[in-house]
Design a protein around this ligand. Structure first.
Ligand SMILES: Cc1cc2nc3c(=O)[nH]c(=O)nc-3n(C[C@H](O)[C@H](O)[C@H](O)COP(=O)(O)O)c2cc1C
Length: 171
């Protein structure tokens, strides 16, 4: 699928078919995250693939009770962790949030190219998601997404964005 078509038609999908995600599609989606750039190439990230229906339900509950998340056949939880290292600038040891977000963006765009829906979830309780999945103490959840084939709605171009003239300025 052409790159600009991918970014134009990626949408937050909140309704999923129960159809399983082919393993080769899942692998390509995860590979897109794996090859993402990160500060000093530190790759301070992990991507947990949650297929177990009970665990998916628990994660959805930990995401502000957004139960529809658990209806997708897969939920992906991305984590990162602090290092006593400042890359300079204001982000400092929290820069893993930036790195994980870059990788997660590549992941959700690759999913779109595979015809798979995602929805970036930021409304989650870090400790509750970690408890549901038994994740290590030093890891922090950065983003969650369901992954599966869209049911209702699907991929349409997003028109609800500010015009370029409003957000770009030559200085
Ligand atoms: C950091 C972040 C957190 C978000 N958290 C949620 C969320 O918890 N629940 C939800 O339904 N959508 C969530 N969204 C999806 C946004 O609402 C959505 O991206 C935005 O409305 C634009 O729509 P589109 O993704 O279809 O283009 C989140 C998106 C981002 C980038």
């Amino acid at each position: 699928m052409e790159f600009y078509e991918v970014i134009k038609t990626r949408r937050s999908i909140r309704s999923y078919k129960a159809d399983p995600v082919p393993e080769e599609s899942l692998r390509r989606v995860l590979e897109a995250a794996r090859i993402a750039p990160s500060g000093s190439n530190r790759q301070l990230w992990k991507f947990y693939v949650v297929k177990n229906p009970e665990k998916r339900k628990e994660v959805a509950q930990a995401c502000g009770g957004q139960t529809w998340i658990g209806q997708a056949p897969i939920v992906i939880v991305a984590t990162g962790w602090k290092v006593p290292f400042s890359r300079g600038g204001y982000m400092g040891e929290m820069s893993f949030i930036m790195d994980v977000s870059i990788a997660f963006t590549q992941l959700i765009l690759a999913a779109r190219a595979e015809g798979l829906g995602t929805c970036w979830i930021g409304d989650f309780q870090n400790t509750e998601v970690k408890k549901a999945l038994g994740l290590p103490g030093d890891e922090n959840v950065v983003a969650v997404t369901p992954l599966g084939y869209p049911d209702k709605g699907g991929f349409t171009e997003n028109t609800s964005r500010k015009p370029l003239e409003e957000i770009v300025e030559e200085v």
